[in-house]
Design a protein around this ligand. Structure first.
Ligand code: ADP
Ligand code: ADP
Length: 215
């Protein structure tokens, strides 16, 4: 089963900037794939196209997921809402009834290790904990494929390592697929079964590196 397919995808913006060319890869169901490459090589563009936030100018994109989870570097929690209320927000916007979204939020809060912080406001949390809340919020839509845009880029090394450990456990246990953008080759190798290496302008997927299972 394939979760995501890019077939020779290219993107040229309205101002003529060519951001992406000939992107060709697939993510299997349950597979964790990272994308590394220098700033400006088109990683975010690739992810935005995968999410449907942006459209490719050529090529074909196929997403075979019931729901997509999208996690950014900026957790964008509403500052006046509690953790629980923030976690329930996406489900609320999707019209999921109150009892069901409470149930989903409770489960998600447990999964990300935020039990006991439900009533806290975002500014009362550390950066790592805000990222956990953001992940919990996307879990409430029960996605089977997650798109991550450099989610841990603003966190200190220790928090980042801890979240990497937890993310790996969660994704292995649940069988979620992921396309994960990062500047860190270490992080990519730690989390992924495969790493896509992007370079150049317009950005191009130059290589795919398989990470040995027992690395
Ligand atoms: P990365 O995520 O690897 O840093 P991006 O995908 O953000 O790279 O950007 C790739 C290239 O496309 C860059 O040169 C960037 O300046 C350009 N770009 C991104 N968004 C737009 C836009 N909306 N309009 C024009 N150019 C853009
Ligand atoms: P993370 O790795 O998620 O960023 P921290 O290292 O900041 O977490 O925090 C470690 C632990 O300290 C948390 O699991 C939590 O129990 C506690 N903690 C952090 N921030 C707060 C807070 N604002 N109020 C109460 N406890 C906190």
């Amino acid at each position: 089963m394939t979760a995501l397919v890019f077939d020779d995808v290219g993107k040229t913006f309205a101002d003529g900037t060519q951001a992406l060319t000939d992107a060709r890869f697939a993510v299997a169901a349950g597979e964790f794939v990272s994308v590394v490459g220098p700033s400006g090589c088109g990683k975010s563009t690739l992810l935005r196209i995968a999410s449907g936030l942006d459209q490719a100018t050529c090529g074909a994109v196929e997403v075979r997921a019931t729901n997509l989870g999208y996690v950014f570097q900026d957790p964008t929690l509403l500052p006046w809402r509690s953790v629980r209320s923030n976690v329930e927000l996406l489900a609320e916007l999707h019209g999921i009834d109150k009892a069901e979204r409470r149930r989903r939020a409770t489960e998600a809060i447990e999964l990300v290790g935020l039990v006991g912080f439900e009533k806290h406001l975002p500014h009362e949390l550390s950066g790592g904990m805000r990222m956990r809340a953001s992940l919990a919020r996307s879990l409430t839509l029960q996605p089977d494929v997650f798109l991550f845009d450099e989610p841990f880029g603003a966190l200190d090394e220790i928090t980042r390592e801890r979240l990497n450990d937890e993310l790996l456990q969660l994704f292995t246990a649940r069988g979620f697929a992921a396309l994960f953008i990062t500047h860190s080759v270490l992080e990519a190798v730690f989390l992924s079964s495969r790493v896509l290496v992007m370079t150049g302008r317009p950005g191009r997927v130059q290589a795919e590196v398989a990470v040995p299972f027992d690395y």
